[in-house]
Ligand binder design. Structure first.
Ligand code: SIN
Ligand code: FE2
Length: 216
């Protein structure tokens, strides 16, 4: 056999990261082409843009949304809105490909009642990163987060309830899905700087879909 992999465990298809948090390797691979096509369509109506934090810094990650609510940030703060501030129009409805992947992945992770009404679409280019943070603008924390990775790989950090808790690093690849909820719903997470590369399906980008249930 190939010596290169001697002594290395094959990567398990399903990995428990911490309480309530599951990593499902390649779970979205069968749907990946459809997801990428839907991202292109959505972003032709609501373009990717670098939003500004309340502190006045442009984010390195470019974002757009689909679903009833979209996550935005500007000088007034972080929040969800029903209209895209760039176009004044409603966000596109969540495509069926997004909805069925998110609900079935949540169910497989132990969250059978997930009903996402918001999907943040993150686009990373080499050099982009996302600092450790909690997803806490949704107001209701009974439902999990479902996070889908497409395109270039990146190092994902998953910590604990406190910013200073130790973090575990997981390399996320095209098609990987992470679900966290219940006891880990508000755990800190982030991604390290995206490295240069070219992905056969996504070019020099990494995309991330983050599904959430939001109440205003
Ligand atoms: C996020 O936490 O919003 C993004 C995580 C990721 O890009 O994997
Ligand atoms: Fe997040």
């Amino acid at each position: 056999m190939n010596d290169l992999f001697a002594g290395l465990e094959p990567q398990a298809a399903r990995q428990d990261m911490t309480e309530g948090a599951v990593l499902m390797r390649a779970r979205a691979l069968p749907q990946a082409d459809q997801l990428l096509a839907d991202i292109q369509r959505i972003s032709s109506l609501a373009p990717f843009r670098h939003m500004v934090t309340p502190g006045g810094f442009a984010m390195s990650v470019a974002m757009t949304n689909c679903g009833t609510y979209g996550w935005i940030t500007d000088r007034r703060g972080y929040r969800y809105e029903e209209q895209d501030p760039l176009t004044g129009r409603d966000w596109s409805p969540m495509p069926q490909s997004f909805l069925s992947l998110a609900t079935t992945a949540a169910e497989e992770a132990g969250y059978p009642d997930f009903l996402p009404n918001a999907c943040l679409i993150n686009r990373y280019e080499p050099g982009a990163k996302m600092a450790l943070h909690q997803d806490k603008d949704e107001k209701d924390f009974t439902m999990p987060i479902v996070s889908v990775s497409l395109g270039l790989p990146v190092a994902f950090q998953f910590g604990g309830a406190k910013r200073t808790d130790p973090v575990m690093k997981h390399q996320l690849q095209h098609g990987d899905v992470v679900v966290w909820g219940g006891p880990s719903r508000l755990f800190f997470h982030g991604v390290l700087t995206l490295r240069n590369g070219v992905h056969e399906k996504a070019g020099s980008y990494r995309y991330n879909l983050t599904f959430r249930h939001v109440v205003l």
